[in-house]
Design a binder for this molecule. Structure first.
Ligand SMILES: Nc1nc2c(ncn2[C@@H]2O[C@H](COP(=O)(O)OP(=O)(O)OP(=O)(O)O)[C@@H](O)[C@H]2O)c(=O)[nH]1
Length: 693
């Protein structure tokens, strides 16, 4: 996991080669990386979808299996990082030796914190001008609040980077730059000019790991030299797994230096599935808490973390198995749908290739085929021992785009394509605008939607006409009001009649989502069978707020009283009455428009800082912090997304191309009144048509 371009894929390619998984190293910039198998990834040199593979590595006397997921760095594809960290037991946090801790490094670090994933740090690109291992370690401490402990030291830097000193074993790995050789290093004595530095760094490392191990600490004070490498490794492993220490390594993956030692460290310090505590969940039938040990003897349970479509084998469900075992050709139980699923085949994945296996067991990651209804976040288990595991949370799409097929005959194909893509990606949604009838696709950013449009063309053969990207605003109610609504229609025969009195307003809890519906109607004033229709009416109506037609995320309705007519009242009358009532009451409930606010970070040379800040302020930005990083200055700001379209081009102009920026979604906030008015004016036609409808 890492910021964009830190070198995750380049490092993964070395891992595949050194572990014998591939015969040749594929390079990202030549479009040859195995793990970046999508055409869009190869063309752009970026990772979009996380690719999984399994490799084997010999460490000391044993051979270990490592399941690897290479994740994207771009914030638009954050869903891939989120779901990967949910199921992985450990992470290699990769940093660029020049860029250090970048905005997306912080994001993925927080995601790993959220799922309590132990990690080791790998400072890549030591060959680049300005590379500085200790500066990056310092930034990890300062900016991420972690406890990085170097377990290697670089030998040389920039174009003189030759290898690393292994502080645990007190020896030097000198690499020769040959990418066709797996053992492209010799183990030598520590170079004389680095001996003092290495000895100090080693002492610091031992002191750090001994801090959490009393016996070792005693030995450290008595005779530090008597501490064996094995003792250091054992203590470091404990400290890494309990996340009190981040062992830090460095290398240059592109120049084929340092990766073998990184693999050794993955085995030595990151947890195996057996080191992870039993996983907790609850029984969907009884709501009782239950747990499963990472053992094949426990009942089967697995989490589906990704659904993907393969042109040859069809729908693939990626699962992480926590306990038990599942055979190909057998059944498992989906605790969300309460249905049994037949799993016809199971595959071990290698990027976009599949290797059929007969079963999958505790600790493993594999892909299943044959299921009817499995979605991201579902728990699959043994029907006799049902369990629901904690799912994952995904951010909401903030940017929308109207799309239509270039030729009308492609309409069905578009529907199928969008459906499949939305199934794969929980941060991508499709809806039809009630007013214009247009199909609106929404995602995490412009790049995300660009890739979706490209995939529609290549994978589903649909050429698209698209509108300009637009912000997904929301609406919120800020006051609770009472309203009385009557719906009456006298047609030829039987009429329609419904009458309701309700309170409408915001939910009490800030975390609430959806409709909170309370029914306090007394004495059957509204017959029980019509109450669900009232609820349905409100639920459907809140998709289009009363101000400008944007969705209301959460609201509370208390149905207090009403009337009905023996002949004319029916469920539909009550549903329409609720919808109409919502429109009028929502306007009284002090509605406001909410807009997505982004965390923006700009790294700029000092002399352009004034211009950068001035420009951000013009965009209604609020500067939230300033920092320096090497010679550059870092400006942090919170800026409405609507003001950030085309920012990259403007930034390039005002800084002569010397600044970089990144942004990610922060939260929704109320728009200022003047801006709100404009949004409402623009959407008046749209609302009118919803009302007429
Ligand atoms: N100089 C130098 N360049 C490197 C090194 N490692 C990777 N690169 C280059 O940096 C660029 C980005 O590398 P990737 O491996 O695609 O980085 P990534 O972190 O996988 O990128 P995303 O997945 O798109 O976030 C490529 O052009 C690599 O060739 C290194 O050690 N030294």
């Amino acid at each position: 996991m890492a910021h964009i371009d830190a070198g995750k894929t380049t490092t993964s390619e070395r891992i595949l080669f050194y572990t014998g998984k591939t015969h040749k190293i594929g390079e990202v910039h030549e479009g040859g990386a195995t793990m970046d198998w999508m055409v869009q990834e190869q063309e752009r040199g970026i990772t979009i979808t996380s690719a999984a593979t399994t490799a084997f590595w010999k460490y000391k006397e044993d051979t270990y299996q490592i399941n690897i997921i290479d994740t994207p760095g771009h914030v638009d594809f954050t869903v891939e990082v989120e779901r990967s960290l949910r199921v992985l037991d450990g992470a290699v946090a990769t940093f660029c030796a020049v860029g250090g801790v970048e905005p997306q490094s912080e994001t993925v670090w927080r995601q790993a914190d959220k799922y309590k994933v132990p990690r080791i740090g790998y400072v890549n690109k030591m060959d680049r001008t300005g590379a500085d291992f200790s500066e990056v370690c310092f930034q990890i401490k300062e900016r991420l609040g972690a406890n990085p402990v170097p377990i290697v030291l670089p030998i040389g830097a920039e174009d003189k980077f030759r290898g690393v000193i292994d502080l645990v074993y007190n020896r030097a790995y000198i690499y020769f730059d040959d990418k066709t050789v797996r053992d492209n290093y010799t183990i030598e004595e520590i170079p004389a000019d680095l001996k003092a530095e290495a000895s100090a760094a080693r002492a610091a490392m031992i002191e750090e790991v001994a801090a959490s191990d009393d016996a070792l600490l005693e030995k450290f004070f008595d005779d530090p030299d008597s501490i064996t490498p094995e003792e250091i490794i054992a203590a470091l492993r404990v400290a890494t797994i309990n996340m009190s220490v981040i062992p830090m390594l460095c290398g240059s993956s592109f120049k084929n230096k340092g990766v073998q030692l990184l693999l050794d460290s993955v085995i030595a310090y990151l947890p195996s599935p057996l080191d992870v505590e039993a996983i907790e969940g609850f029984n969907p039938k009884t709501d009782a808490e239950v747990s499963r040990k990472p053992s094949e003897a426990d009942p089967f349970c697995a989490l589906a973390f990704k659904i993907a479509t393969d042109p040859f084998v069809g729908r693939l469900g990626f699962i992480r198995v926590y306990s038990g075992k599942l055979d190909a050709g057998s059944y498992c139980y989906n605790s969300r749908s309460d249905k049994k699923e037949r799993i016809s085949r199971i595959y071990q994945m290698h990027a976009n290739k599949q290797n059929p296996i007969e079963f999958v067991g505790a600790g493993d990651i594999a892909a299943i085929v044959g299921f009817k209804d499995v979605r991201t976040g579902d728990t699959l288990c043994d029907e006799a021992h049902p369990i629901v595991l904690e799912s994952m949370t995904f951010p909401e799409p903030v940017i929308g785009l109207a799309v239509e097929p270039k030729t009308q005959k492609d309409l069905d194909k578009l529907g199928i394509g969008l459906g499949k893509l939305a199934e794969e990606d929980p941060t991508f949604t499709v809806k039809t605008d009630e007013h214009s009838g247009q199909t609106i696709i929404s995602g995490m950013g412009e790049l995300h939607l660009e890739i979706i449009v490209d995939r529609l063309k290549r994978e589903f053969g649909v050429e698209i006409n698209q509108g300009a990207p637009q912000v997904n605003y929301k609406e919120a109610l800020t006051k609770t009001v009472e309203h009385h609504e009557t719906f009456k229609k006298q047609t030829g025969g039987r009429g329609k009649y419904a009458d309701i009195i309700f309170e409408l307003g915001p939910c009490e809890s800030k975390e609430a989502t959806g409709l909170e519906f309370v029914d306090v109607v007394k004495g059957g004033n509204i017959p029980k069978e019509f109450i669900p229709a009232v609820e349905k009416g409100f639920k459907n109506a809140m998709v289009n707020g009363a101000l400008a037609g944007y969705q209301i995320d959460a609201m509370k309705v208390t149905l207090k009283d009403g009337k009905y007519h023996n002949v004319d009242s029916d469920a539909l009358s009550f549903e329409i009455c609720a919808r109409n009532g919502f429109r009028k009451a929502a306007l009284k409930a002090a509605p406001v428009i909410m807009e997505p606010i982004m965390n923006v970070e700009v790294v700029t040379p000092e002399e352009s800082m004034g211009d950068v800040i001035g420009d951000l302020t013009k965009r209604r930005g609020q500067i939230s912090g300033m920092d320096s990083k090497g010679n550059a200055r870092v400006v942090k700001a919170k800026v409405p997304l609507s003001e950030m379209f085309g920012y990259v081009t403007v930034l390039r102009t005002i800084t002569s191309g010397r600044a970089t920026s990144s942004m990610e979604f922060a939260h929704f906030d109320r728009v200022p009144e003047a801006v709100g008015k404009e949004i409402i004016e623009k959407s008046s036609g749209r609302l009118k048509s919803i009302d007429e409808d």
